[in-house]
Design a binder for this molecule. Structure first.
Ligand SMILES: [Zn+2]
Length: 317
């Protein structure tokens, strides 16, 4: 999982709330407001724009409440249509594309934060000369499932833009580690490999990718996403990294860096050219597999005796 940065952005939050409610039935929004006031002593807008930390507190409050089933059902039945859930069926299912793109924009990632494998993008499809129809190649995952927590179904920081694969695998499961609330590397997983036979550089079956973490919660989430199984499909990339590291000695890298003059701004950039991923953890979300590539690199580096081509990157992160 790739950590997401949270920074309060009042303008964006107000714009988002307006977009999702402006053309909706005012009476229903008032009804939601009444329920939010009764149960949470908050306005609906405050729940829609609640910070990740506040949402976490509210979710615990709902989950631990003796009235949990009642609260859930009440928020599901705000509609004149029998069995219809206004927040989910109307505000979420019919959310304007502009609001979805706003969520994407505030997350600021090019790659799915759950798997770091698939690109997610906002694209503008030109319909005709005067009109551009915005679309996204991402889906919105409810971090707290909309079935269990319908009151958070349109909450800005409960909606994580992810790839279709992760969204379908996760479905309505609830993760323990919130990408907005990963405060240190211990909350994350790392990739390692085991060598099972002497011909592991040629034969993929003699190499296995393992996911490790000191956090039980992070490991459980990775298992839910089946990341170990999925990343074992990328053993060819691990083999390439190991081979490249044997070929590109530290001395050779130094020569390359010096000989190319001003072509590379830093050794990080040279690393990107050689290995195809970003080295800085803050930039893992820019390109697929960056974390995997970096972890395999680190893993191999330890085996090769600790050489390091980085000049200004915290290699332990
Ligand atoms: Zn994904």
């Amino acid at each position: 999982m790739i950590p997401l940065k949270y920074q309060k952005n009042e303008n964006l939050e107000k714009k988002y709330y307006k977009l999702i409610t402006q053309s909706r039935n005012k009476r229903f929004i008032e009804k939601i407001d009444e329920k939010c006031d009764y149960y949470f002593k908050m306005q609906f807008e405050d729940i829609v724009c609640a910070s990740p930390e506040k949402l976490k507190q509210l979710h615990f409050w709902v989950k631990d409440s003796p009235d949990y089933e009642q609260v859930k059902e009440e928020f599901k039945h705000i509609s004149s249509v029998k069995q219809s859930n206004y927040i989910v069926n109307t505000l979420f299912q019919n959310m304007p594309k502009e609001a979805k793109l706003l969520i994407y924009k505030q997350v600021g990632q090019n790659v799915c934060p759950y798997c770091n494998r698939n690109f997610i993008e906002d694209l503008k499809i030109v319909k005709n000369r005067n009109s551009r129809n915005p679309v996204g190649t991402f889906e919105l995952d409810h971090f707290y499932s909309k079935d269990e927590f319908p009151m958070f179904a349109v909450s800005l920081y409960n909606l994580i833009p992810v790839c279709g694969t992760c969204n379908r695998i996760k479905s309505n499961m609830i993760f323990k580690v919130n990408p907005y609330l990963m405060y240190n590397k211990k909350d994350n997983i790392s990739f390692e490999y085991n060598i099972l036979g002497s011909n592991y550089m040629e034969n993929e079956h003699e190499l296995e990718i393992k996911i490790k973490s000191s956090s039980k919660e992070a490991l459980e989430d990775a298992q839910k996403l089946r990341l170990e199984e999925i990343y074992n499909r990328h053993k060819d990339i691990a083999q390439e990294i190991i081979k490249k590291m044997q070929y590109y000695s530290p001395e050779y890298i130094e020569c390359l860096f010096k000989d190319t003059g001003t072509l590379f701004q830093s050794k990080d950039e040279l690393y990107r050219l050689l290995y195809g991923g970003y080295a800085n953890p803050d930039e893992f979300g820019k390109r697929p597999l960056s974390k995997f590539i970096k972890d395999i690199y680190q893993n191999t580096k330890e085996g090769l005796g600790g050489f390091d081509i980085f000049s200004n990157v915290d290699v332990d992160t």
